[in-house]
Design a protein around this ligand. Structure first.
Ligand code: CP3
Length: 343
């Protein structure tokens, strides 16, 4: 099988340019996706393996990115843990958040078979994708998943009940984090069995808590997931959004690649993260709402970094947001591909 630039970079090759893909590259900005959403709900697209495979591959053709990411959501783990998830017009919602239950641990009932449709989607993607395009699998990291489970969705973006649980009842928090972690490991290893080329762990809400608390209480759970995947021979990417100075506390076993958010300049991040680990990131997705000359000026700043650092995947510092013009996303991919990286 042909090896694309994403896999060659992960294997340690000094490639001619950084590989490029974007978080939330499918379900946010593509006209082809928005067109499909007129006929199908998000749930229908995610649940039907044929449709999920089709959506997963749209950015390959429409944007020219070097990797596809499974079209699914981090909320499938709470659902498989027994929480009732409804997709409403205003987005996904849990019928009851854990904060409103007297015994949250007892309310959970893991049923891994609820994730099987996702492996069918992965098989379909493997059958239909171009040979040199790798598929990235993913899950939410335990704390981010806990935030949604405890607080619920669409209520409070600072997740006060989830954060205070870490202080008020650490034992309960650890039980819940443990349940999320165990099922996430099973889920991740099944994705590996179905042939994913890399696995990303999304800790979108790391920045909600002090970084020392994060490293002490949460990181051991993340490490368990990464270790399982890395031992199974698949590289891991960890996005700890908002971890800040905590980046200096990461260790090589925590993941192969650390995805850097837009807060920390990439060159600073390079000084903070151990040199054995690669980096991913970190363009502010909101710059894609500006003119292309503004975007281009920012991209030029990455040239000197990319000349020095070949263990780096170009990406955004957090997912695409609605309203980004597709031409600007395409502009970034074309620019990364044609720039002189001086390697
Ligand atoms: O390109 C892709 O879209 C890839 C698939 C993907 C989705 N969600 C689809 C989705 C991925 C990788 C995710 C990850 C995800 N989901 C994260 C981590 C990354 C991040 O951006 O921080 C998080 C925190 C979620 C949880 C989530 N999913 C929320 C809070 C919501 C509702 C609000 C929102 O952001 O839209 C979702 C829904 C969701 N997940 C949509 C899509 C395409 C929108 C569904 C719709 O069309 O109504």
């Amino acid at each position: 099988m042909e090896k694309g630039i994403f896999v060659r970079t992960l294997e340690g090759e000094k490639t001619e340019r950084p590989p490029v893909w974007f978080m939330r590259q499918a379900g946010r900005v593509l006209p082809s996706y928005l067109e499909m959403r007129k006929d199908y709900s998000f749930k229908e697209l995610m649940r039907d393996p044929e449709l999920a495979a089709k959506v997963t591959l749209l950015p390959i053709y429409d944007l020219g990115v070097d990797a596809a990411i499974l079209f699914s959501d981090i909320l499938v783990i709470p659902e498989a843990l027994g929480m009732d998830l409804a997709f409403t017009d205003s987005g996904p919602r849990f019928t009851t958040a854990l904060k409103d239950l007297p015994n949250p641990v007892k309310s959970l009932n893991a049923d891994a078979s609820k994730l099987e449709y996702i492996y069918d989607a992965i098989d379909k993607i493997q059958e239909t994708k171009p040979a040199d395009i790798p598929l990235i699998g993913f899950c939410g990291a335990p704390f981010t998943t806990l935030c949604y489970m405890v607080q619920g969705l669409g209520t409070n973006h600072t997740f006060p009940d989830a954060v205070s649980l870490l202080y008020k009842d650490k034992k309960l928090a650890k039980q819940l984090l443990g349940a999320i972690t165990d099922l996430s490991i099973e889920y991740a290893l099944n994705q590996v069995k179905h042939g994913i080329s890399a696995f990303q762990i999304f800790e979108t809400h790391a920045g909600l808590i002090p970084s020392d608390l994060y490293m002490k209480l949460i990181m051991p759970f993340v490490r368990k997931i990464s270790a399982a995947v890395m031992n199974a021979g698949v590289p891991t990417i960890f996005l700890p959004k908002g971890l800040g100075v905590g980046l200096t506390q990461l260790q090589p076993g925590d993941a192969d690649i650390i995805s850097i958010d837009w807060q920390v300049p990439i060159k600073e991040a390079r000084k903070m993260v151990p040199k054995e680990m690669g980096l991913q990131g970190n363009l502010d997705p909101r710059i894609l709402l500006a003119d292309q000359n503004v975007i281009e000026n920012k991209l030029e700043e990455y040239l000197s970094f990319g000349a020095e650092e070949s263990n780096w995947i170009f990406n955004v510092g957090h997912g695409f947001i609605p309203g980004i013009p597709v031409e600007n996303a395409k502009f970034v991919v074309d620019w990364i591909k044609k720039a002189n990286w001086n390697r």
